[in-house]
Design a protein around this ligand. Structure first.
Ligand code: SF4
Length: 481
């Protein structure tokens, strides 16, 4: 006889177990959230309201609010309105909060008012991972990715964008005026409905033109020549060779190569990764508590001063040189075709001539030695070398550090494969969790808090996958005692 699995009758008395705890299995991840927050010293981390006020309406304990947020980010429910609903209907949330149901405004205010403390919680979890020997690897991969802000492309302005829009408006106004003139010729008696509409359109466009003039004035006060109207800290930035930019933030992350945990992260509104390597690498080294560290990064991070700064504090970098040589594009010999002979402090050029040191100069705060051979004017390879009389070769005073890094990269041919497989999927996962709109909050500080919650949720999930729920809870309790 065919049958279906039967559900219980909803009118049945005592359908639910007596105790909410019976609903929450021993291996339920919500238990980790509970233990983790209970073991934190919230006052030390900087949370407001850890001591209740003597007068006034009782407030919610910051631990409860923090649990709500960590649970929400773990389960891809970051919005305060949705968290309010979850508190009312979700059994795990009821278990976690003791059936407290704060409204969405209270939930949102907690995230807004405790940004620094929430970021400290994220750091505290990394320290915990370090204590659990989960950051044993001596190598991290650093990368950056652009995350969309709450600011559409149409509400982000540069001088170029405004000029282009003004030109489009002028063209449209002219087109409508031509249409009105044609209508006047064909129907000289009075206005028809179409002509009235055209006049209305022209009035709207002229109003828009005036608004753009105002924005142009505001733009002059912006140091970087960009103005975002919805989220003033967001910036238009291009990525991955796309022609159109993302209006958003550049999130930097350092991920350990063994367990793929995010050791350090930073939200910036600088569109380029260049110049961010040493800051990220140094804070990662401190977070991991290692005397020495290896850092893998892509070509976008290549910067002599950054690589030098890392070298000075015991960080070995693996960053390939960008292929942006102007000589290569013109089909001429590149600097790689010139061999440095350290013994004599000179270069050997492709024609086998000696390029000797001529003078020292300073460019972009870097001291450079300049070399060239005397034989250039009569050289048979000159057509492939330089259109000038002499081919000049510049050498930075710390170039040996860049050469040593190049040799390291040659000895580790899989460095960039490890980098890719370590850090890129992390950004993919975070973006997938955050959905198409990415950030929900505005301004750099709040966006950083939101990112810290995402990173904390990501790291919690990784640790649960590595250790399992029971072992993670046990380890957390032991770490805090
Ligand atoms: S042009 Fe000068 S630098 Fe170039 S190959 Fe000839 S001698 Fe060497």
């Amino acid at each position: 006889m065919k049958r279906f699995v039967e559900g219980d009758d909803r009118k049945q008395v005592a359908l639910l177990p007596e105790c909410v705890d019976d609903y929450i299995g021993e291996d339920n991840p919500v238990r980790i959230v509970d233990v983790f927050v209970d073991e934190l010293d919230l006052a030390e981390l900087g949370f407001n309201g850890t001591t209740p006020a003597i007068t006034g309406r009782p407030s919610y304990h910051p631990g409860v609010m923090l649990k709500i947020y960590i649970y929400g980010y773990l389960n891809r429910v970051p919005s305060s309105r949705r968290l309010e609903r979850e508190c009312q209907r979700n059994v795990e949330m009821m278990w976690l909060t003791g059936r407290l149901t704060p409204d969405f405004k209270t939930i949102a205010d907690f995230r807004r008012d405790n940004g620094a403390a929430i970021r400290n919680v994220c750091r505290r979890f990394v320290e915990l991972c370090r204590g659990l020997k989960l950051l044993a690897s001596d190598t991290v991969a650093i990368d950056g990715s652009k995350f969309k802000a709450v600011n559409s492309r149409d509400r982000n302005y540069t001088a170029g964008k405004i000029d282009k829009r003004q030109q489009q408006i002028e063209e449209s106004v002219q087109r409508y005026l031509d249409m009105i003139e044609t209508a006047d010729r064909t129907n000289p008696i009075g206005f028809d409905v179409k002509t009235v509409r055209l006049y209305e359109k022209i009035a709207r466009l002229r109003q828009r033109m005036r608004e753009l003039e105002q924005i142009k004035k505001q733009l002059k006060t912006q140091p970087d020549g960009q103005l975002s109207l919805t989220d003033p800290d967001s910036r238009s930035m291009t990525s991955g060779g796309k022609r159109t930019g993302t209006v958003g933030y550049n999130v930097q992350a350092a991920v350990d190569t063994k367990h793929h945990l995010i050791v350090e992260h930073e939200v910036t509104n600088i569109g380029s990764d260049q110049g961010q390597l040493s800051t990220m690498a140094l804070s990662t080294k401190n977070a991991m508590g290692k005397p020495k560290l290896k850092v893998l990064a892509d070509r976008g991070y290549y910067s002599g001063p950054d690589i030098l700064a890392c070298e000075l504090v015991g960080i070995k970098t693996y960053v390939p040189k960008p292929l942006t040589s102007a000589s290569r594009k013109k089909g001429l010999f590149t600097k790689r075709d010139f061999v440095y002979v350290a013994r004599n402090d000179e270069y050997r050029c492709p024609a086998g001539e000696r390029a000797i040191r001529r003078f020292t100069t300073v460019e972009h705060d870097m001291t450079l030695q300049v070399y060239w051979p005397s034989a250039c004017p009569r050289c048979h390879l000159k057509g492939r070398c330089s259109p000038s009389d002499y081919r000049r070769i510049r050498r930075w005073e710390h170039e040996h550090i860049l050469e040593a890094m190049q040799r390291r990269l040659e000895r580790k041919p899989d460095a960039m494969t490890i980098r890719r497989s370590t850090v890129e999927h992390v950004f993919g996962t975070l973006k997938h969790w955050m959905g198409a709109t990415h950030f929900l909050t505005r301004t750099l500080g709040r966006v950083s808090t939101e990112m810290s919650l995402q990173v904390l949720a990501y790291n919690l999930k990784r640790v649960m996958n590595i250790l399992g729920v029971a072992a993670t809870i046990k380890a957390m309790r032991m770490a805090e005692t």
